[in-house]
Design a protein around this ligand. Structure first.
Ligand code: PEP
Length: 247
């Protein structure tokens, strides 16, 4: 399984930020480790030009569930593909919170992504209140069942476990907590998708930094990371990619 270090730039980055990509490409070229950067849509096409022929791939941060139509301001999966994306983040907790995205909508978007030939990076995660109430696995199980459409395989799906309370906060679950959830996701996927589930990569996301990446990558069923803030700087993201390469 090819490990994956994915960077989510969120609403950050202009043309000058592509210098960070040039620096990242100078740092890393391990073909066993895929790097993915999901920039704002405005940077997809120029980033795809820079990434061509390298270990870096390019992804969107969201897509509409429909292929085209009267949806001002939205972007379709085919448009992302046309701009050079190979994947798209779906169901990020910021989209679930800011835009009211439900599991059902995320599943529709994942099908639209698959139809366009994109890999769907589907995000799941409990809130702090849900964890405190002992409901983490129930929440993850429900999100998994509702957000991941039938027919998921390693070729069309990546799952990112991102506890909402760990995103952008500097707080990280214990390694045992990460292990428990990744093991649960792995078993749930196996039960639903059988052998096809074996190739679905499971990422951990939430305050991954150069200082904690190596230990997180040692956790069973962690095949990489989805990284927000630390993906904006080539030196930070490069250190995380190096830790993944070494894991
Ligand atoms: C994210 O937004 O997906 C994320 C994991 O952010 P951060 O790494 O900044 O916590």
């Amino acid at each position: 399984m090819r490990r994956l270090a994915a960077g989510n730039w969120k609403m950050n980055g202009v043309s000058a930020s592509l210098d960070e990509i040039r620096a990242l490409l100078a740092l890393h070229s391990d073909p066993a480790c895929e790097m993915l950067i999901c920039p704002p849509a405005t940077l997809l096409a120029p980033l795809a030009v820079l990434a061509a022929g390298t270990a870096l791939s390019v992804g969107g941060q969201d897509c509409h569930q429909n292929a085209s139509g009267a949806h001002t301001g939205d972007i379709s999966a085919a448009m992302l593909k046309d701009a050079g994306a190979g994947s798209v983040i779906l169901g990020h907790s910021e989209r679930r919170a800011d835009h009211g995205e439900t599991d059902q909508l995320v599943a529709q978007k994942a099908l639209a992504a698959r139809e366009a030939g994109l890999v769907a990076v589907i995000c799941l995660g409990e809130t702090e209140g849900e964890r405190d109430a002992g409901r983490t696995l129930d929440v993850i199980g429900a999100q998994l069942a509702g957000s991941v459409p039938d027919g998921a395989s390693g070729a069309n799906t990546v799952i990112a476990y991102e506890p909402v309370w760990a995103i952008g906060t500097g707080r990280v679950p214990t390694l045992d907590q990460i292990a428990e959830v990744h093991d649960f996701i792995s078993r749930s996927l196996n039960a639903r998708f059988g052998t096809a589930a074996g190739a679905i990569r499971l990422l951990y996301g939430g305050s991954v930094k150069p200082s904690n990446a190596a230990e997180i990558f040692e956790v069973p069923h962690v095949h990489g990371a989805l990284v927000g803030g630390a993906s904006l700087k080539a030196s930070d993201f490069g250190t995380i990619v190096a830790a993944l390469s070494a894991a």
